[in-house]
Ligand binder design. Structure first.
Ligand SMILES: Nc1ncnc2c1ncn2[C@@H]1O[C@H](COP(=O)(O)OP(=O)(O)OP(=O)(O)O)[C@@H](O)[C@H]1O
Ligand SMILES: [Mg+2]
Length: 256
């Protein structure tokens, strides 16, 4: 049988004496939209930071596409095609949309052997994404990100994830502070990414909202995974009850 795209096995992580992740095992497949839910401080962000190489687990294993991850380093995310989308970080306000689009991977062209940033390419590609991702008509690739709304910023980040053929898009509370319309737009984009075969991990506090989008819901509580259920097997109400009860363990992934 094919292996999961990401497999986390018996992961433990301590911050000093604090036990932040407790024996967490979870698999994620390509083409899946997984809602990662749980109360404040449950360990959601910490778990995805391990997947991005920001935190090194104290114990346990992470496998990516069938190979065991040996070194945890932020470059891990880039190497494995993982894009993380958060509300407040990831874009530089005072740079243009085009520059943000290529942040860290700026195309270069050589004139008389001297390297220059290829602004025409950056502008051209980001213009395409601006239109595809439904930004207002009066927004141009040369505009600074500062003047974009929260939803438009998310669209730039999501567009960047698609353009660079990433395999995993992690959204950590991507719709915080967004208007209803912007929220719907970001959610539609999340579904589109999954339909294109990417793995989407969607972190949120809103179980009802994510239940509508997701194939599966994973609930964390106090550093532990306490539920892992297909959305066809458990309703949002049932899952909310698990959270309310402080995480009675539930495992209903169906026959894998
Ligand atoms: N770098 C760190 N050093 C020490 N403790 C940390 C660190 N990062 C997170 N923690 C602690 O680990 C626990 C889990 O935090 P985490 O950010 O993963 O929670 P979360 O589920 O994402 O919560 P929220 O929904 O509020 O974002 C918290 O108690 C937090 O204080
Ligand atoms: Mg968090």
């Amino acid at each position: 049988m094919a292996h999961p795209l990401i497999s986390v096995k018996n992961l433990d992580l301590y911050f000093g004496a604090f036990h932040a992740l407790k024996d967490v095992s979870v698999d994620f497949d390509a083409g899946e939209l997984v809602g990662l839910v749980g109360d404040n401080g449950a360990g959601k962000t910490t778990l995805i930071r391990v997947l991005c190489g920001i935190h090194k687990p104290t114990k346990g294993e992470v496998w990516f596409d069938g190979a065991r991850v040996k070194e945890f380093h932020p470059k891990l995310a880039i190497d494995n095609g993982i894009e993380t989308i958060q509300q407040s970080v990831g874009l530089c306000d005072n740079l243009s949309i085009a520059r943000n689009f290529y942040l860290g991977r700026e195309p270069v062209k050589k004139i008389l052997g001297i390297p220059f940033l290829d602004f025409a390419k950056m502008r051209g590609e980001s213009r395409k994404v601006i239109r595809e991702f439904g930004l207002r008509d009066n927004v141009s690739a040369d505009d600074e990100v500062e003047r974009l709304s929260g939803g438009e910023r998310q669209s730039v980040k999501i567009g960047r994830a698609v353009e660079f053929m990433n395999r995993v898009v992690i959204m950590d509370e991507p719709t915080n502070h967004l208007s209803v319309r912007e929220r719907e737009h970001v959610n539609e984009l999340a579904v589109q990414l999954k339909e294109q075969g990417l793995l989407v991990i969607y972190i949120t506090h809103d179980i009802f909202q994510v239940h509508k989008l997701a194939d599966r819901i994973v609930i964390m509580e106090n550093g532990e995974k306490v539920a892992d259920a297909k959305t066809t097997d458990m309703t949002a109400e049932e899952l909310e009850e698990v959270i309310r009860q402080g995480g009675r363990k539930v495992e209903k992934r169906g026959a894998a």
